[in-house]
Design a protein around this ligand. Structure first.
Ligand code: GLN
Length: 221
């Protein structure tokens, strides 16, 4: 079976487990809640869920998981997917970082802006075009909850590919970037073995993003 781990120390890990459970027979999955580094060593692919990225990093630090996660996400033979707080945790830099900051896995060569939609638009859902998914012409229902955005991609990084943009939003509501109205905002990326989304595919009935992830894992094992 494909061994799929979900980092289960904080946040919306059960929702990912539910979607994977629905795909379990079709993909022959062994779904593993990862709370320790031993459990991490068993998995072929790992999901970093949404939640609160500062807390997630803090718990990982105090439970010896942090250094093992750094190794895991830098291993080209493992597939990693971060959603929302998971995207932040994978990133290299945060704009508006607080003094003292927060620990990041620094695998994904992007700078993110946390809570980029502020309070007023803290949560919303919208339809996105995501060409890498099955039935690409069918919009993907994207749920954003106090979501980050990818503010910029490291210009030295040659392998980052944008998987989805948010296009139909009043740009003035997005903070953290000198945003020109109508300009596209990056909300999903891929960098080699890592994919990351600002939004929460595990909170919808559309399982195409989970399938995309599982297909990448299948190619590696
Ligand atoms: N706002 C959260 C953070 O900064 C992320 C929110 C989420 O994962 N839904 O970590």
């Amino acid at each position: 079976p494909l061994k799929i781990g979900i980092l289960s120390i904080q946040g919306a890990f059960l929702e990912h487990i539910n979607v994977l459970t629905g795909l379990s027979d079709e993909y022959n999955l062994n779904i593993i809640e990862v709370k320790t580094s031993q459990q991490l060593h068993h998995v072929d692919g790992l999901i970093l869920p949404g939640g609160e990225s500062t807390t997630m990093a803090l718990i990982a630090k105090t439970s010896d998981l942090f250094d093992e996660l750094v190794k895991f996400v830098h291993n080209p033979n493992k597939i990693v997917w971060g959603t929302c707080a998971g995207l932040i945790f994978l990133s290299s830099e945060i704009s508006y970082a607080k003094i003292g900051g927060q620990d990041l896995l620094k695998a994904l060569k992007v700078k993110v802006s946390r809570n980029a939609f502020g309070k007023q638009l803290g949560s919303f859902s919208t339809q996105l075009k995501v060409p890498c998914l099955l039935e690409p012409e069918k919009y993907f229902p994207a749920v954003f909850i106090r979501a980050p955005i990818v503010e910029s991609i490291d210009e030295n990084s040659k392998t980052i590919e944008v998987l989805a943009y948010l296009e139909n939003l009043d740009a003035k509501r997005v903070r953290g970037i000198n945003h020109v109205e109508g300009e596209k905002i990056i909300v999903a990326v891929r960098q080699d073995n890592i994919i990351a989304t600002s939004f929460h595919p595990e909170l919808t009935r559309d399982d195409r993003f989970h399938r995309f992830f599982l297909e990448l894992v299948k190619e590696k094992v």
